[in-house]
Design a protein around this ligand. Structure first.
Ligand code: OOB
Length: 543
């Protein structure tokens, strides 16, 4: 099993410790501290349950002892695929307590993606819900997985199961629980948005990640009185740490779980639990704003801070939000690899509406470079690169991606094109890579093209992003058929059958006879995508 590493050069690590960024806490040590301070305060509300801090920790310890009793060993990886249910927290704090390493999959992922995560992380366990909040039957994944993933030794399911280990049955001798891990060790693996090919795995340490949400708490006014609504999937980095459920638990606040992100589900929870803060992607925020303006019987007045990020919020959309909601607005531009930028709550209105904010930590180093790697003149757009106390230095087990994504002196190439305003805020202008940001879900064009090419009737395929009024961007696949042209709907159904997340199935399929090529013949994939996108937009504009 490949060891998990995430190391900063000694001199930088020393600087981050001296500055007080890294304090030597671990995930379970902070939970233990909160239990000591206020055992009876409510930590988690969801699925008809209310768990105090003491109860959360007790449930996590029970699960932790159970994981070890099953033969899982500290350092083993466990792919966790749970929705916004309380067991998510019992499971992940249980894994932390046992020294096991969660690999965070999203509920939308299907067999193909889960297989990739298990293989890439050499996971020993898969932990999912027998039935998802959307009704999906995850036992189908659980059954198919072991064949493709020889490292897998245990499958644990939340809910009814006779074939696999029921999560609730986990228990064991608390004396077997190990000492807290080294705070500089890898605590978990996040999934990258994936700009090229399959998702990469992002190793985050206790020190770096805890710092990230502690810094966020300070900028988002999160305290022990905060009530955070998890509307986006709990396993995503944004609702986890910006400042998210982890920031809220760290502060001793309350986390409320919304099983679905729509207003009908979320609004009653806001009213009933006096939710003070939440985070949404732009399309959802606009949907909430629309529902609120249309008039709702639910009292939303407790909502104090709304964070919007994951994809670009246009100034005009920000103004619409501002008009419809009476809470404070904060833009967040972050990435699972690290760097998080926020507009500050007391920034002038124009900066909150028109920029994506500035780095949250004085330790964040940001470069804006031209195509040749030289700094652009101040205010001009360029490639954003970053390095700092909570930005990774390498992906797990991926030399090719690491060579592409990091400079020799350890800067991460974000792939985003930004410019900096005179006040120091970043404005996201676009990106260099070929992914589709579909309502905050990142889709690799290359990954989807590879799927399409596996279809018998597809000779060639190019996937591009197209601006979309509601989603921000949607995906469009241009397909050259081999023989009789496949129907778009049939192709989409076939894609779904390949066991991939629904959000990756192309929104639109356009059958073409050929791709435009230059007189010189071959052009790059990137150039081809750009031309096809331009052609589609021109056709649409022409009606
Ligand atoms: C968040 O994380 P990821 O890893 O799913 O995606 C990161 C990418 C960024 O590189 C950028 O391309 C895009 O998502 N992005 C934004 C944005 N926030 C993220 N693009 C424009 N405006 C924004 N406000 O998406 C994420 C992680 C933590 C906090 C917030 C978002």
């Amino acid at each position: 099993m490949l060891p998990l590493n995430q190391t900063w050069p000694a001199e930088l690590a020393a600087r981050y410790r001296a500055a007080g960024y890294w304090r030597g806490e671990t995930f379970f040590s902070f939970l233990r501290d909160r239990v000591a301070e206020h055992p009876d305060r409510i930590a988690i509300v969801g699925g008809g349950q209310r768990w105090s801090y003491a109860e959360l920790a007790a449930r996590a310890e029970k699960a932790a002892a159970g994981f070890l009793a099953l033969g899982l060993r500290p350092g083993d990886r466990v792919v966790v695929q749970l929705g916004n249910i309380p067991e998510f927290f019992a499971a992940v704090f249980g894994l932390f307590r046992a020294g096991l390493v969660p690999v965070y999959a999203l509920p939308a992922h299907r067999l193909t993606e889960i297989t990739h995560f298990v293989q890439k992380s050499e996971a020993a366990g898969y932990l999912a819900a027998a039935r998802g909040l959307d009704g999906f039957d995850y036992t189908a994944i659980a059954r198919a997985l072991p064949e493709a993933a020889p490292t897998l030794r245990q499958v644990i399911l939340v809910g009814e199961t006779s074939e696999f280990v029921p999560f609730d049955s986990l228990d064991g001798d608390r004396a077997t629980l190990p000492a807290d891990p080294d705070p500089s060790s890898v605590a978990f693996l996040q999934i990258s948005g994936g700009t090229t090919g399959l998702s990469k795995l992002i190793p985050r340490t206790h020190d770096d990640y805890i710092y990230s949400f502690r810094a966020s708490n300070a900028l988002c006014d999160v305290t022990g009185d905060s009530v955070y609504l998890v509307a986006l999937p709990a396993a995503h980095n944004f609702p986890m740490s910006s400042p998210g459920h982890m920031g809220t638990l760290y502060a001793g606040g309350r986390v409320v779980l919304s099983p679905l992100p729509n207003p009908d589900t979320a609004f009653p929870l806001i009213a009933a639990e006096n939710v003070t803060i939440t985070g949404l992607v732009p399309p959802l925020a606009l949907l909430w704003a629309q529902a609120a303006s249309a008039g709702t019987k639910h009292d939303l007045s407790s909502l104090d801070v709304l964070l919007v990020g994951g994809a670009k919020l246009t100034p005009e959309a920000a103004r619409r939000l501002r008009a419809a909601l009476s809470c404070r607005l904060q833009q967040v531009f972050g990435m699972a690899e690290g760097l998080v930028n926020y507009t500050r709550l007391d920034d002038p209105e124009s900066q909150i509406l028109e920029t994506q904010g500035r780095p949250q930590s004085p330790g964040d180093e940001v470069l804006i470079l031209d195509d040749l790697g030289e700094p652009v003149p101040e205010g001009e757009p360029g490639h954003l690169l970053t390095r700092g106390p909570y930005t990774i230095r390498a992906y797990h087990n991926d030399d090719a991606a690491n060579a592409r994504s990091f400079t020799p002196d350890g800067f991460y190439r974000t792939g985003d094109i930004v410019r900096r305003t005179p006040e120091g805020n970043l404005v996201v202008q676009g990106r260099a890579g070929d992914h589709i940001n579909r309502a905050g879900e990142k889709i690799s064009a290359e990954e989807i093209e590879d799927h399409l090419l596996a279809h018998d009737a597809v000779f060639d395929a190019v996937v591009v992003s197209v601006p979309d009024e509601f989603l921000g961007e949607r995906s469009c696949a241009f397909v050259i058929p081999r023989g009789a042209a496949p129907k778009g709907a049939a192709l989409k159904a076939w894609m779904r059958g390949r066991g991939i997340a629904d959000f990756k199935v192309p929104d639109q399929v356009v059958i073409v006879a050929e791709f435009e090529t230059t007189a010189a013949g071959k052009i790059s994939r990137k150039e081809l995508r750009a031309r096809l996108r331009a052609r589609l937009l021109a056709d649409e504009a022409a009606g």
